[in-house]
Design a protein around this ligand. Structure first.
Ligand code: 4AD
Length: 465
């Protein structure tokens, strides 16, 4: 068994060692007939390889062969490592003197995206423009059309590794708090959030749709004595929202739990969970965050040890004071959310906060009204940098009241009768929340567009790749 070394782990410790590495050819710089430089890339890390014609190294033909490789081809290289602090072309401060080189798979000659163009930041393009230099910009649609190339860039490699960490911390934190991971069906009979934004389909002659959220089934699991549950799963929304933060398919991180006395018990889980997620990312994803920041520069998220909790009314009043026209029972639009984000940051120094006690009329049918004023509800939304990442609430657990509320909200009760019936056999008070994974990553890294944090985004205009 030969000893393979990851490019990312090559450092001064590897000095004088013979290594075997595999990578993609990122750049080729022929210097003469006897020497050519290759930069090889693996998982976003790069190393410079020197192909020199010499009796103990390679032949002149080999140098010619290396110079003729196509960019993005996959090659295996044997060689000896030597430190070189001055290398600017690669991430690793060592180079490899090549003794053997094999092409494992050759990429086509003309790539649709040039890698150097794909890793360029907007700031670099703008700075060059000030000096009358035109640098190529790869637009988002081209990137998405050739996603297989775009996701090779260090920033995208970082983003999806960060996403994996968020999911991992979410799971581990909740398991440590006694939650059970479940999976609910994505083929269901009726809409789960109300409204018409569902993908309809034919289920063996019966009308059905793709689940808008695991909402109804996670609640049935609570009625089935699973006490505390979570799910990481696909969520489908057919809404025609062509915005920077809506997808037609996204990953939902969902939580549902029994409540002993107050829906603040759910809010406390949100608080602790997200402080753990942010701390975990800052601690475990330093290299990834740095790689993302090189292409999409951003300031680290400001958050408090104990998350700021404001009532919806307090939020609206702060907006009114700032001159925004909004009523106490209106929903917050995107602009108002952003504005409130700025006000909260200035006043409390945090970009992560929770608003609770929303007007009942802007919440889904299953939301529990406040006991002291039924125009409001035991519900909350959570924001990062002025944009919503979570919505949650205490749920109605009385079946007759649930049915009345569903009817009042225009839901075809026949399609959710098994859900409502689940409450007839005794249901505990409970609440929960749903998080959009792509939104969390987009906003933590201030990526501006959710398509940057969805590996293969689905929006109203895109179904491929
Ligand atoms: O606000 P939503 O629709 O709430 C629910 O699904 C409830 N069942 C959750 C609950 O337990 N009360 O969605 C929850 C989160 C949003 O805050 C947002 O982060 C994300 O899911 N989300 C979307 N992400 C991407 N594209 C879309 N079209 C999204 N719609 C919601």
């Amino acid at each position: 068994q030969r000893k393979w070394i990851a490019i990312g782990s090559l450092d001064k410790e590897s000095k004088d060692k013979e290594v075997l590495i595999r990578g993609r050819v990122q750049t080729i710089r022929p210097v003469s007939k006897t020497i050519t430089f290759l930069v090889l890339r693996q998982k976003g890390f790069t190393v410079q390889c020197v192909v020199t014609a010499a009796p103990e190294l390679v032949s002149k033909q080999m140098v010619k062969y290396a110079s003729s490789l196509n960019k993005e081809s996959i090659v295996d290289v044997y060689g000896i490592v030597s430190p070189n602090e001055d290398i600017k072309a690669a991430t690793q401060k060592v180079e490899v003197q090549v003794s053997k080189i094999y092409c494992v798979n050759r990429a086509i000659e003309k790539l649709p995206i040039n890698f150097e163009d794909a890793i360029r930041s907007e700031a670099e393009i703008d700075a060059a423009a000030l000096e009358n230099k035109q640098l190529a910009r790869v637009n988002r649609d081209t990137r998405l059309d050739y996603r297989v190339l775009d996701i090779r860039t260090p920033a995208k490699q970082g983003i999806f590794r960060i996403q994996c960490q968020v999911e991992n911390i979410f799971r581990n934190f909740l398991i440590s708090k006694g939650f059970v991971g479940i999976h609910t069906p994505k083929l269901i009979a009726g809409s789960s959030e109300g409204g018409s934004a569902v993908f309809k389909l034919d289920y063996k002659g019966q009308p059905a749709c793709l689940a808008q959220s695991p909402q109804l089934h996670k609640q049935i699991a609570i009625c089935g004595d699973f006490n505390r549950v979570f799910e990481v799963g696909h969520v489908f929304r057919a809404e025609d929202s062509y915005t920077h933060r809506h997808l037609c398919e996204f990953i939902g991180l969902d939580v549902e739990m029994e409540i002993n006395e107050h829906y603040f018990e759910v809010i406390k889980i949100v608080d602790e969970l997200f402080v753990a997620i942010f701390d975990g990312l800052n601690e475990n994803c330093k290299k990834e965050l740095e790689a993302v920041g090189k292409q999409f520069p951003f300031e680290p998220l400001k958050y408090l040890r104990e998350t700021l909790l404001l009532t919806y009314q307090e939020g609206v009043e702060m907006l009114q004071e700032a001159g925004v026209e909004i009523g106490l029972e209106d929903d917050l639009n995107t602009e108002a959310e952003k504005k409130l984000g700025q006000i909260v940051l200035e006043k409390y120094g945090t970009e992560f906060y929770i608003l609770h006690r929303y007007p009942l009329k802007v919440r889904p049918f299953y939301t529990m009204p406040c006991s002291d004023n039924s125009a409001y509800s035991n519900s909350f939304d959570v924001f990062i940098r002025g944009e919503e990442i979570i919505s949650g609430a205490q749920r109605i657990h009385d079946p007759e009241f649930l049915k009345t509320r569903a009817e009042a909200c225009g839901i075809d009760v026949g399609t959710i009768s098994t859900y409502i019936d689940s409450f007839r056999y005794g249901a505990p008070p409970h609440g929960g929340f749903g998080v959009g994974l792509e939104r969390v990553v987009m906003l933590f890294c201030a990526l501006q567009n959710i398509r940057n944090s969805s590996l293969f985004p689905r929006d109203p205009q895109r179904l491929a790749p």
